[in-house]
Design a protein around this ligand. Structure first.
Ligand SMILES: NC(=O)C1=CN([C@@H]2O[C@H](COP(=O)(O)OP(=O)(O)OC[C@H]3O[C@@H](n4cnc5c(N)ncnc54)[C@H](O)[C@@H]3O)[C@@H](O)[C@H]2O)C=CC1
Ligand SMILES: O=c1[nH]c(=O)c2[nH+]cn([C@@H]3O[C@H](COP(=O)(O)O)[C@@H](O)[C@H]3O)c2[nH]1
Ligand SMILES: [K+]
Length: 497
């Protein structure tokens, strides 16, 4: 007979935190958000910890190399999407590991044969006014010149005018040689009043651009997530089919952790994937698995050897899995149940397997609630898609600037070859939507505000670490009317006049 869990499954919006005593040392500056990413034994330190409890979703519209660098700079980790070829994904990982703070691989590139119209289209697409002109139009081709907004006048110049006619040609450029330190590059930038400095190799190929502002940023960032060689850390999504080819390529590229990306992870496919990684690499390759929503799913993957386990089915902003398949669970109930299972497992085995709440974070305080409920960190899609650094287009709409955001289960994402239910193509159905999210500026600013809110709330609850917060948090369910009470009510807002 079917078993029925009588308690309805609940989501974050149905809970609030009750403050605990705030002692005088409980101030935002004292809050440490460091959190384990991978399993560890009682009394030992995890091999990898995050400096902030946030990772970015394994999605085409969220996590590429650019997002990975921006997030690692701020203490979190991106898992680069797996819905692309093995070579393309490994190349993104390689770019992050090769990234030198302040040295940017040019993303706006032209050939001398391009036209002013191409320049304007590129500007529209990337938002970057400094463009490299290379022989083959690639980021590492032979450098022939630079175009900036000062090189053309849209009111006067013909759209058909060739880049060769108005670029600053190589002979007139000031360039840095390969091996130039960031400090030296910055000195040249200041000395010559430049906005950017191209760095070239011995053959004259473009390597990087150094921008004036990046140097200051780099010096300020102390929460960056770095490996032992001071490179940014990065993860990557894998699947339970081509892992024997994909994982080696990612490891070769320097990936710090992989994660099996699936809507539903309580399966022998995932068990086999984890086992293959353990048999091939022992504990040296870190692997996350999921998603699960209950104790049974957690224990299965923990026993299989997963380094961390993701929680959440159907709660994502672009998700329609619950509608399409009728599986899932309210995100708060899922996290509470799995956190209890993790603690039970730790008691029994002395092994702590971190859990990640994946999807359904709408307000910043939902992250705080997820941590209070026992998540070690959260995975966010919509949240990160809104920033400059996400891979998608920024579009002007009647409701202001938006960024595109689509689900990995949408037809748009699945057009990539991997997707296959093992049956006929005509039998596939969509599990995600294609959408817009309001543009929200730079990741650094957005994450800064979010972290400040999380820390403030933790102080209200008398905690300066995530562990203490979880162990002491008191949560209350809220009624529909108390939710109403919680927003502005019985006043006429001036903005709406
Ligand atoms: N978290 C969520 O609620 C949801 C997430 N998604 C996202 O959509 C994307 C696709 O997810 P899924 O469709 O779950 O991908 P998936 O690759 O895990 O599963 C697709 C189908 O293939 C089967 N399968 C997996 N490995 C197999 C193997 N080795 N041999 C034979 N069959 C195998 C699975 O059981 C499933 O029926 C992911 O990025 C996922 O994160 C989609 C829906 C919901
Ligand atoms: O039902 C789904 N259909 C999809 O197409 C899809 N794509 C991603 N995901 C999952 O949603 C998470 C991101 O959720 P948020 O935007 O709410 O942060 C992600 O981290 C995934 O777990 C999907 N779920
Ligand atoms: K299953």
């Amino acid at each position: 007979m079917a078993k029925i869990i009588q308690e309805p499954s609940r989501t974050f919006g149905e809970y609030l935190l009750i403050p605990n005593l705030t002692t005088k040392d409980c101030i935002v500056a004292n809050v440490d958000l460091k959190t384990p990413l991978v399993r560890f034994k009682k009394g030992e330190e995890p091999a990898i910890s995050l400096n902030i409890p946030m990772i970015s979703a394994i999605m085409q519209s969220v996590s590429d190399d650019k997002m990975a660098v921006a997030l690692a700079k701020n203490g979190g980790m991106s898992f680069i999407y797996g819905s692309q070829t093995i070579e393309e994904q490994a190349e993104m990982v390689r770019k992050v590991k090769k990234y030198k703070a302040g040295f940017v691989i040019s993303d706006s590139n032209l050939t001398p044969d391009n036209t002013l119209e191409d320049v304007l289209n590129l500007l529209n697409r990337t938002g970057h006014s400094t463009m490299a002109v290379t022989a083959d139009g690639t980021p590492n081709g032979k450098l022939l010149g630079i175009v900036t907004a000062r090189d053309y006048r849209t009111s006067r110049d013909e759209l058909t005018k060739k880049v060769a006619e108005f670029m600053t040609p190589y002979e007139r450029l000031i360039v840095g040689k390969e091996g130039t330190t960031l400090k030296a590059a910055n000195d040249i930038i200041w000395e010559h009043k430049l906005n950017s400095l191209p760095i070239i190799d011995k053959e004259g190929n473009l390597q990087y651009l150094v921008f004036r502002k990046d140097y200051a940023e780099d010096k300020e960032n102390s929460r960056a997530l770095l490996d032992s060689e001071k490179r940014y850390m990065v993860g990557a999504g894998i699947n339970s089919r081509d892992y024997a080819e994909r994982v080696p390529a990612l490891v070769e590229a320097g990936v710090d952790a992989v994660c099996i990306d699936s809507s539903e992870g309580f399966s022998e496919w995932q068990y086999d994937t984890i086992k293959w990684v353990r048999d091939t690499y022992g504990d040296s390759v870190k692997i996350g698995a999921g998603n699960v929503v209950d104790r049974e799913g957690f224990r299965y993957l923990a026993n299989a050897g997963a380094d961390f386990i993701k929680v959440g089915i159907g709660g994502g902003s672009i998700c329609i899995t619950r509608e399409a398949k009728g599986i899932g669970r309210g995100q708060a109930s899922a996290v509470l149940d799995v956190a209890a299972a993790r603690d039970e497992y730790f008691e029994e085995t002395g092994i702590y397997v971190p859990i990640c709440s994946d999807g359904g974070i709408v307000h910043d305080y939902h992250i705080t609630l997820a941590l209070a409920m026992g998540a070690d960190f959260v995975m966010l899609g919509r949240y990160f898609a809104r920033f400059d650094e996400s891979p998608t287009a920024k579009v002007k709409t009647s409701k202001g600037y938006m960024k595109e955001y689509w689900g990995e289960g949408s037809n748009r994402a699945r057009n990539w070859a991997r997707y296959d239910l093992g049956g006929k193509k005509e039998l596939t159905f969509e599990e995600g939507v294609d959408s817009y999210v309001p543009y929200a500026g730079s990741l650094e600013d957005g994450v800064g505000i979010t972290l400040h809110k999380i820390k403030s709330t933790m102080c209200n609850c008398g905690s300066t670490t995530i562990k203490h917060f979880y162990e002491n948090a008191r949560l209350t369910l809220v009624s529909a009317t108390s939710i109403q009470e919680g927003s502005a009510h019985d006043v006429v807002l001036k903005d709406n006049q």
